[in-house]
Design a protein around this ligand. Structure first.
Ligand code: NAD
Length: 306
């Protein structure tokens, strides 16, 4: 099937996630062809990339890949070994795009879908060679956050893709079977569902919920996952002792968790709460603050070999 090594990467869709992937690929020296149907998005691409590339240099990623901002779709995918697809999260649009890709490229080109919520079998419907499609889900922003979640039916191709992403220092997890939201977004959604439920039930305000998360579990989760964290919650007896002692308490809590409806009134409360928490900081300011802290955190983890 696809090439063992991917050299020429096409990035389709250069919004939030596509531009960040492009920066990562360029920082690792790959040749990147970028395309987006929106001209304004393409016009701003180089300046958005230069900021991300500066951030990557702080992490020691100093390669200088070649970027071609493609004049059209055909020019972008021509000769690509791997296409990282970052079009909007709409199934009809993605399927149409895959049809166009298959009409334009040879059988060896791999398509990696950044999709947050679609599963491979939905996306591959209607493809001639569905086995060339993988879901390769990053976490925003992909040039900084290490995680990539992979799923595809061709084990050899998944292995080659995993080697490609790992070669750029990514943490790759491979799903044994497809799942809506892969792993990390299922976890994130489970947590946010409860955060929204806590607002809906009037248990706490948006900012207090976020503070509880960031200065409580979130701090530990940047170092150890949920299972490992509870291993330390059981004292010397570890996870087995934890399950014995506090397992019933966990079950009681699970039974009390909620599934809120995103009613207009609840949406309003969330929006007001978040804007209050943002305290006048713009999205761009918040992104800069997040990215600076992410880089410091990644460097600290590297020093500690975590
Ligand atoms: N935003 C996130 O946090 C996040 C995280 C991980 C994965 N993703 C996934 O990445 C993908 C893109 O999300 P985003 O947040 O970057 O969206 P976005 O809206 O920022 O960017 C989407 C881009 O796709 C372009 N586009 C529109 N039609 C297209 C087409 N037919 N072909 C190619 N490009 C087209 C748009 O002009 C836009 O620039 C989605 O599948 C999403 O699920 C998003």
């Amino acid at each position: 099937m696809a090439n063992a090594r991917f050299q020429r990467i096409a990035v389709l869709g250069c919004g939030l996630v596509g531009a960040s992937w492009a920066a990562l690929f360029l920082g690792h020296g790959y040749t990147v062809a970028a395309w987006d149907p929106d001209q304004a998005t393409l016009d701003s691409l180089r300046s958005r990339l230069s900021r991300s590339l500066r951030q990557l240099r702080r992490l020691g990623v100093v390669g200088r890949g070649r970027l071609a901002v493609a004049r059209d779709f055909g020019a972008a995918v021509d000769n690509a070994d791997l296409i990282q697809e970052n079009a909007p999260e709409r199934i009809d649009l993605k399927r149409g795009l895959y049809r166009d890709i298959e009409a334009a490229v040879g059988p060896l080109t791999l398509i990696a879908a950044s999709t947050s919520s679609f599963v491979w079998s939905d996306l591959a419907k209607g493809m001639r060679h569905g086995e060339r499609l993988l879901t390769a889900h990053p976490f925003n922003p992909p040039h900084l956050v290490p995680l990539v979640e992979l799923y595809g039916p061709d084990a050899g191709l998944v292995r080659r893709a995993a080697a490609f992403y790992r070669g750029m220092g990514k943490t790759v997890v491979v799903l044994k079977k497809e799942a809506t939201g892969h792993i990390a977004n299922r976890l994130a959604s489970a947590l946010w569902r409860e955060a929204v439920h806590i607002v809906a039930e009037g248990i706490a305000d948006v900012k207090d919920i976020d503070d509880a998360l960031v200065d409580g579990p979130g701090l530990r989760w940047a170092i150890m996952g949920a299972h490992m964290t509870y291993h330390l919650g059981g004292g010397a007896g570890g996870i087995a002792a934890y399950l014995e002692h506090l397992g019933p308490g966990q079950e009681r809590r699970w039974q009390d968790l909620g599934t809120p409806r995103l009613t207009p009134a609840l949406r309003r409360r969330i929006v007001e709460g978040v804007l209050g928490e943002a305290g006048g900081r713009t999205i761009a300011q918040l992104e800069r603050q997040r990215d600076r802290a992410l880089i410091e955190l990644l460097l600290a983890r590297r020093r500690r070999r975590i």
